[in-house]
Write a protein that binds this ligand. Sequence first.
Ligand code: ZN
Length: 145
Amino acid sequence: MKFLSETFAIRTERGPQFIDITERVLETVRASGVKNGFAVVFSKHTTAAIRINEAEPHLISDMEKLLASVVPSGEDYAHNRYAHADSTNGERPNAHSHIQHLFLGASESVPIVAGQLETGQWQRIFLIELDHGRDREVVVHLIGE
Ligand code: ZN
């Protein structure tokens, strides 16, 4: 049984933004030599999520709109008042990003079979930026043999 952990960096451009990271994950799986097991794909951030969905541009636009309509950025949030009240606390007025993340989640687990990601025809793995464009880190933790 192997346990391998790789972290890769991604520069995002805006929020919300869906970034297809499937090929990066697959490269990590191939380089590891793991043939059977699973990959945990994990975002190290509270305002950037990991989700599996379809990479159809109109659908992505629909999903970005939905996130913004369910949890709009312009509401009165306590986290934003706290961030504005004290510029030394390291917080940003990004409550909507954290709350959108709450509904999405930080990770997905994907089976690895015969050295490939055992995903369905339309399934792609996305890092979803929910804050502004910035540097992000994604962990691919592999367990298998
Ligand atoms: Zn924050």
